[in-house]
Design a protein around this ligand. Structure first.
Ligand code: SF4
Length: 447
């Protein structure tokens, strides 16, 4: 998710959003969209697929406007249709407004029921539309009041970028479940709001700071204004952002994603001594942890799997059949690095276990002598309600089977998880949601 504010009105914000979405493509691959604000008039472009596909042939000079927001989506709520693709736009008493939302509301059903009872007609199945309606409905006293009112009613994980009138606005939920950072474009050209710092680098923008949990930031010709949180909660950044979701070159709330994963790998090595010839990763998100493991254990790191870079991330695809097809053509083995070797195979996490089972099979076919699987995070035993697409609890492999049974199911010689204590040590301060590992949700969730 990204928002651009160019202080020079002749600059084309849509073009910059397009580049930013490329850098954030890993956060969602089902649809991409942008909204351009040209003096309060909104133009919307969105479609199903990757940003490069959706905007292929788009002439951004035909989309003038100095403010724009963009979104790449993978659905955890609502359907995957183009209608539910974001940004969403509306015409309300405040003027034309466009909104992009990252996260998931836990009270989406009751909000929708309440709004429907009040006569609101919904055009999508997305929980983000309720947020948009609440802002519009309660915004007669201005956009800031509208957002505050919406924040008092919605529960769950939400990061929002909004544009209306001459403003770009960023909002982060009071728990700070997902990240949002502020950057400054070069030559004082304006501001960027982005889900991850990797988008700032792509735009040659300088990191300013993270938006704080519960904070609203409003950017207009007066500069950047911060509205203090009206409610303070214990900060609970989703630890899965660091474990899997964010790009390794991003810095999330001051933590290097790469370094976090590398330390998880080193902790794994400290947990259990395995005799092996090579440490290898499930690319890409297992790579930093595998390097950390190799450094700590002294066992050489090597490449055993080559990823087809032109495919999406299997975890992000919404249906199991799509995931199964994807795994088959996504990873190829480097036989010369594998044959006759005792391998330590590191992945960031084990959610369903289907991908790893197939990979272990590939490695056996390529002649691996032993395969010791290590997950650089603890057992995933609880579902996420905050915008990370984990399946229903009963479908999580760590709920269905014991570690020994999972090891046998995958056909591995051993299986090691990062312990919850090791993860706690890597995290340091207790500022994270780790509920998918320990079941301690930062707020009440639907049962
Ligand atoms: S439940 Fe897990 S995936 Fe969801 S926000 Fe918490 S840590 Fe992240």
């Amino acid at each position: 998710m990204i928002g651009i504010y160019c202080s020079d009105e002749t600059h084309n914000a849509a073009h910059l959003v397009y580049y930013g979405l490329y850098a954030l493509q890993h956060r969602g691959q089902e649809s991409a969209g942008l909204a351009v604000n040209n003096h309060g008039a909104m133009e919307l472009r969105k479609g199903l697929g990757l940003a490069g596909e959706v905007f292929r042939g788009e002439d951004f000079s035909n989309l003038p406007g100095n403010i724009a927001i963009g979104h790449v989506r993978y659905s955890t709520a609502g359907d995957g249709s183009v209608r539910s693709a974001q940004p969403l736009a509306a015409n309300c008493r405040l003027g034309e407004i466009a909104l992009a939302h990252n996260g998931n509301l836990v009270n989406a059903d009751s909000l929708r029921e309440m709004l429907t009872d009040e006569g609101i007609v919904f055009h999508t199945t997305s929980d983000s539309e309720s947020i948009l309606n609440l802002i519009c409905q309660h915004g007669t006293r201005g956009i800031e009041a509208g957002i505050k009112n919406a924040m008092s009613l919605i529960k769950g994980a939400y990061v929002l970028v909004i544009t209306i009138g001459d403003k770009l606005i960023g909002v982060r939920d009071p728990y700070g479940l997902h990240p949002l950072c502020i950057g400054k474009l070069a030559n004082d050209l304006g501001y960027v709001l982005a889900s991850e710092t990797c988008a700032l680098e792509a735009l040659d923008a300088e990191f300013v700071r993270d938006v704080q949990p519960g904070e609203i930031v409003i950017i207009d010709k007066e500069g950047l204004k911060s509205v203090e949180p009206s409610r303070r909660c214990k900060k609970s950044l989703c630890v899965f952002e660091l474990v899997y979701f964010a790009r390794p070159d991003s810095i999330v709330d001051g933590v290097s994603v790469y370094e976090f994963r590398r330390r998880c790998g080193a902790m794994l090595a400290a947990q259990r001594n395995i005799e092996a010839d090579m440490v290898m990763a499930v690319p890409d998100s297992g790579v930093p942890a595998a390097i950390g493991y190799a450094e700590a254990s002294g066992i050489p790191y090597g490449e055993g799997l080559i990823k087809n870079k032109y495919m999406g991330r299997t975890f992000i695809l919404p249906l199991q059949e799509m995931r199964d097809d994807a795994v088959r053509i996504k990873l190829a083995t480097i036989r010369r690095n594998i044959e006759g070797k005792r391998l330590i195979l590191i992945d960031d996490s084990i959610v369903r276990g289907t991908t790893l089972k197939r990979i272990v099979g590939h490695l056996r076919d390529a002649g691996a002598k032993e395969i010791h699987v290590c997950a650089a995070s603890p057992e995933v035993k609880f579902s996420c309600y905050f915008g990370i697409d984990t399946p229903h609890r009963e479908k999580l492999i760590a709920v269905q089977k014991t570690p020994q049974e999972i090891c046998e199911y995958m056909g591995a010689d051993s299986l090691t998880y990062l312990s919850e204590e090791s993860l706690r040590q890597v995290c340091g301060q207790d500022l994270y949601c780790k509920a998918c590992f320990d079941g301690n949700y930062p707020m009440e969730v639907p049962v």
